[in-house]
Design a binder for this molecule. Structure first.
Ligand SMILES: [Zn+2]
Ligand SMILES: [Zn+2]
Length: 339
């Protein structure tokens, strides 16, 4: 048996590139030669040892934003061939629990084993593996997972034609939300503290941009909406401050989506009368369904969503520590490991 190279996390700030035995595939399984795997804030929380929703089991291989080439298939795989270029949904859903059965398999209660994408090879069941066209790069295809999570968020928001939607945070997720919303016939206001990010938001056709450090965001929104406030707010940063701000900015019937997880754990003040008198809706969005992953691959494949301007940093697997530090320091937008 041969080996594969992988980035193994042994504990907070302790990551090493090592050889481990190459995976065998059988039945429905597909072995993928990883070409690109995006770095997600969830990876960074585990890397830094920040307490979060996931309990780490060391040593572990992180990385769930995977694109690559099919290397081998189990005997029951007939939809995918060796050599196919693919994007991979790394979440294994049971298909049998309550949430899977009602079509909300993003909330599956019996998730299968996770193999990790910061490695030369990974594996996944055939239904999680989606072919990509030759003119979509592996780096671009690795954004199928984050894009799918944003599709889930937009579905929760349920935007209507002509509405005004505010996105707080113009990081990779905010910019993906922006593009999805532009496909829905709504006006989008993007808020961020970093002008460079707002410039990219403008390029990606944000109707309005606002830096709250330089402009009164409440006044600006009031002006744009005849004093009513926006119809929807996406909080695309994991910040308590942004969440409190979103509630303060809500008008009558404003729907708010908490998209970013907030760690370390926190609590926010909430005046229940705001919800009562204004009929504000507060909800969140987590993960993606397999259907949404498929939709994300289709949007990338047909160039309805453009991710090139969002990808700012790439590092080879050997330099994964530098890649993580880039994300920790919030330098650029999306950082991707190429393997
Ligand atoms: Zn992610
Ligand atoms: Zn399930």
């Amino acid at each position: 048996m041969t080996n594969l190279r992988a980035a193994l996390l042994y504990g907070p700030n302790d990551i090493k590139i090592e050889d481990i035995p190459k995976y065998e595939v059988e039945g429905d399984e597909v072995l993928i030669r990883v070409k690109a795997c995006g770095v997600c804030p969830a990876d960074i929380r585990l890397y830094l040892g920040v307490k979060s929703a996931w309990t780490p089991h060391y040593p572990m291989i992180l990385g769930h934003e995977v694109a690559g080439v099919v290397e081998d298939v189990g005997e029951n795989v007939n939809n995918i061939c060796v050599g196919d270029r693919v994007a991979v949904d790394m979440m294994i859903r049971c298909g049998k629990c309550h949430y899977c059965l009602i079509g909300k398999d993003n909330l599956c209660e019996n998730r299968g084993p996770f193999y990790g994408g910061f490695a030369e090879y990974t594996k996944a069941p055939k239904r999680n593996v989606f072919k990509i066209p030759s003119d979509l790069t592996f780096q671009e295809a690795s954004l199928a997972e984050p894009l799918a999570c944003c599709i889930n968020s937009i579905e929760k928001l349920n935007p209507q034609y002509g509405e005004n939607i505010l996105i707080i945070g113009a990081g990779p997720m905010g910019l993906l939300h922006l593009q999805l919303l532009k496909l829905k016939g709504v006006s989008v206001i993007v808020s961020d503290l970093i002008d460079e990010r707002l410039k990219i938001a403008r390029k990606l056709r944000a109707d309005e941009i606002v830096n709250p450090l330089k402009e009164d965001i409440e006044k600006k929104i009031g002006k744009l909406t005849n004093g009513r406030g926006v119809d929807g707010i996406i909080v695309a940063v994991g910040s308590e401050k942004a969440i409190v701000q979103s509630i303060n900015l809500a008008g009558k019937l404003t729907r708010i989506i908490f998209f970013g997880a907030v760690w370390p754990k926190t609590e926010i003040p909430l005046d229940p009368n705001l919800l009562h008198y204004k009929e504000i809706i507060l909800t969140g969005a987590h993960g993606r369904t397999l259907k949404q992953f498929y939709q994300a691959v289709n949007l990338l494949s047909t160039k309805k969503i453009i991710v090139k301007p969002i990808i700012t940093h790439t590092y080879p697997l050997e330099r994964i520590r530098e890649a993580f530090e880039t994300v920790v320091k919030k330098i650029g937008l999306k950082t991707i490991i190429t393997i």
